[in-house]
Design a protein around this ligand. Structure first.
Ligand SMILES: *[C@@H]1O[C@H](CO)[C@@H](O)[C@H](O)[C@H]1NC(C)=O
Ligand SMILES: *[C@@H]1O[C@H](CO)[C@@H](O)[C@H](O)[C@H]1NC(C)=O
Ligand SMILES: *[C@@H]1O[C@H](CO)[C@@H](O)[C@H](O)[C@H]1NC(C)=O
Ligand SMILES: *[C@@H]1O[C@H](CO)[C@@H](O)[C@H](O)[C@H]1NC(C)=O
Ligand SMILES: *[C@@H]1O[C@H](CO)[C@@H](O)[C@H](O)[C@H]1NC(C)=O
Ligand SMILES: *[C@@H]1O[C@H](CO)[C@@H](O)[C@H](O)[C@H]1NC(C)=O
Ligand SMILES: *[C@@H]1O[C@H](CO)[C@@H](O)[C@H](O)[C@H]1NC(C)=O
Ligand SMILES: *[C@@H]1O[C@H](CO)[C@@H](O)[C@H](O)[C@H]1NC(C)=O
Ligand SMILES: *[C@@H]1O[C@H](CO)[C@@H](O)[C@H](O)[C@H]1NC(C)=O
Ligand SMILES: *[C@@H]1O[C@H](CO)[C@@H](O)[C@H](O)[C@H]1NC(C)=O
Ligand SMILES: *[C@@H]1O[C@H](CO)[C@@H](O)[C@H](O)[C@H]1NC(C)=O
Ligand SMILES: [Zn+2]
Length: 512
């Protein structure tokens, strides 16, 4: 049970969930003043900002990506919240969808970051203490602390989103200089159906930015030039007011169509209409950009609306009935944009596959079944957290993102942090040994070439009977929670998959 004191201390995490709203266009063709030399700018290192799919593909051969992201602190409540929408689903290749968690560190429970990463999700940077116009130490410190205390390889943290979507040209330059691959803070604010839409596919900044030109100083007209650094725009949705009715993050918290009250039916309608505009057009990615706390059902003392949760699941069920729809992390989207293969070849596209490491030892490695009892409790008064990698003497901060380890009171030896030449699930932080090295590590590929969405990608025998994955089916299956557990990779999910549909109370969360 949580003490009342702890509960009060957790509540501040809610106050972070206020980023991301726009009220009208944040760009225009004039303000963008964008021009790109398409004969010099070639994939995979360069891509011009364009509303057409990369690689010159015909939209009919292009997957409709549905990018799913979450922002802010990682806690059991927020993981439960994401799981109620994704864990029961499958992409056309049979894999559980992955998503991107833009993680800030205040109130983050580090072992859950480790678990979420090892389960295949992308962990990205959202500053340490959640500040807009972020100073460099907030950005770099997040990387360092996630590496030290959550065991995320530095090479795997490739993306950034600014808190409150508040960034500057300097933020982008710093990200590029620090070796990040992409930023995803800019907004696409004009419907895909309008002339002059700013719904560009992800692009590199070789020729400057083409989004947010009216919103952020020092962008566009060729600036900032950051060759090889990507912008992945956040695509707004639009209600019946069209360009004057944009919705960006947590759209289910917004009243729509000029109304003053939230109506889940109205939200569902414009989400579907915007999705169809993308799907029937150039198939620019569609995004669900969420603060999971707003749909949390296990957060002590607060509870989301059942009707909103059901609406979001209905939307996802409906979207998945369309052929060629893939729910992905930002990292997966970008991997495809860099190497755009047609829909018919997606079944063999490695970044969309799901393989789980076969590790069967009692080590603290992000696999819940393995790590039982092993994480250390770091009992800091404002937010106690767990880590596999040894408690620091003080909480990480931008001034000191990687404090020295505590000498454990129980006489336990210091833990070993993840080295650069071992990957998270194979590293034993207690013994300081890597159970595997190089490409020879044993992984178990659980993807399959045919999906449940009528995608019929390749056909043929998949020989996955022993993996616990259901046989391919030719027609769509409803994922509405029924029979879902059959598809979970053994040993990977169960411990973090608590609280499914466990909805209590009726307090509606208002936007704060
Ligand atoms: C565009 O790039 C090509 C190939 O690098 C080059 O030959 C051409 O001069 C460039 N055009 C302009 C307008 O810069
Ligand atoms: C933190 O993580 C530990 C270990 O995984 C878990 O037992 C605990 O419930 C988590 N607490 C929160 C608030 O996330
Ligand atoms: C959270 O961030 C604030 C700065 O905004 C900092 O003063 C505080 O110590 C942080 N708390 C935790 C738990 O990291
Ligand atoms: C962005 O963040 C900075 C620093 O926190 C703040 O001064 C500024 O007002 C913010 N800008 C916007 C548009 O929110
Ligand atoms: C876009 O421009 C074209 C040609 O100028 C015009 O025919 C079309 O009606 C315009 N569409 C919209 C939605 O404004
Ligand atoms: C939403 O739509 C459903 C089904 O069409 C209907 O039963 C329900 O009353 C509607 N709710 C509102 C608030 O309009
Ligand atoms: C993992 O351990 C379980 C029980 O200890 C055993 O049944 C299973 O065969 C082991 N799997 C592997 C791949 O070693
Ligand atoms: C941990 O213990 C060692 C040896 O007893 C001591 O030298 C060191 O200063 C201690 N570190 C901390 C952070 O207390
Ligand atoms: C990793 O690097 C360390 C030195 O930094 C070396 O001692 C160790 O053998 C390497 N491990 C593997 C598995 O290559
Ligand atoms: C899947 O099969 C159906 C029926 O044969 C066909 O209409 C549809 O075009 C196929 N879809 C793909 C993506 O090949
Ligand atoms: C929400 O749904 C859950 C599970 O279906 C149910 O137990 C709970 O009573 C519902 N809450 C409200 C306010 O309807
Ligand atoms: Zn945030």
């Amino acid at each position: 049970m949580l003490s009342l004191t702890l509960l009060c201390l957790l509540i501040p995490a809610l106050s972070f969930a206020q980023d991301g709203s726009i009220s009208g266009p944040t760009s225009s063709s004039d303000a963008a003043g964008y021009s790109c030399n398409a004969s010099a700018c070639k994939l995979p290192k360069c891509n011009c900002a364009s509303t057409s799919p990369p690689g010159g593909l015909d939209p009919a051969d292009v997957p409709q990506f549905l990018v799913y992201t979450a922002d802010d602190a990682v806690q059991s409540y927020t993981i439960d919240s994401v799981n109620q929408f994704l864990a029961q689903r499958m992409n056309p290749n049979g894999c559980t969808p992955r998503m991107t968690y833009y993680t800030s560190l205040n109130y983050t429970n580090y072992t859950l970051v480790t678990d979420w990463f090892v389960a295949g999700n992308e962990i990205a940077d959202h500053t340490m203490t959640h500040v807009g116009s972020p100073p460099n130490d907030e950005i770099d410190g997040n990387l360092i602390a996630l590496n030290a205390l959550a065991g995320i390889p530095l090479s795997s943290i490739i993306g950034f989103r600014a808190p409150y979507l508040n960034y500057t040209a300097d933020t982008l330059s710093h990200l590029a200089a620090s070796g990040f691959t992409y930023d995803s803070s800019a907004t696409s604010s004009i419907p895909v159906t309008e002339n002059g839409t700013d719904a560009f596919w992800p692009y590199t900044l070789d020729y400057g930015m083409a989004n947010d030109c009216l919103n952020v100083d020092g962008l566009c007209k060729g600036k900032p030039k950051l060759p090889g650094f990507w912008e992945v725009p956040m695509y707004a949705m639009f209600d019946s007011l069209g360009i004057d009715g944009p919705h960006l993050m947590d759209p289910w918290l917004d009243p729509a169509d000029g109304s003053s009250t939230v109506d889940d039916n109205a939200t569902l309608t414009y989400m579907q209409n915007t999705f169809l505009a993308h799907y029937n057009g150039n198939r620019q990615p569609f995004g669900l950009y969420t603060h999971p706390i707003h749909t949390a059902t296990t957060y002590p003392g607060v509870s989301a609306s059942n009707s909103t949760i059901d609406m979001i699941n209905s939307f996802l069920d409906w979207a998945q009935e369309h052929e060629g729809v893939w729910i992905v992390s930002t990292e997966q989207l970008l991997a495809w944009v860099q190497n755009p293969v047609p829909l018919s070849e997606l079944d063999s596209f490695t970044p969309l596959k799901c393989s789980v490491p076969e590790i069967n030892q009692s080590i603290c490695d992000g696999i819940p079944d393995n790590e039982q009892g092993l994480p250390d409790l770091c009992d800091f008064p404002d937010f106690p957290f767990y880590t596999c990698y040894g408690c620091p003497v003080e909480e990480p901060s931008p001034d000191n993102p990687n404090p020295p380890q505590q000498n454990a009171s129980n006489g336990q030896e210091p833990r070993y942090r993840l080295p650069a030449n071992c990957s998270t699930p194979w590293w034993d932080p207690v013994k300081g040994t890597c159970l595997c090295s190089g490409a020879s590590c044993q992984y178990h590929d659980i993807s399959r070439p045919i999906g449940p969405n009528g995608a019929n990608l390749t056909g043929g025998d998949t020989d996955r009977a022993s993996s616990g994955i259901p046989s391919p089916t030719a027609s769509f299956l409803s994922f509405n929670g029924n029979g879902a557990s059959a598809s979970f990779p053994a040993g990977t999910w169960p411990a973090i998959m608590v609280g499914f549909f466990g909805i209590v109370g009726g307090l509606y969360l208002i936007r704060i």
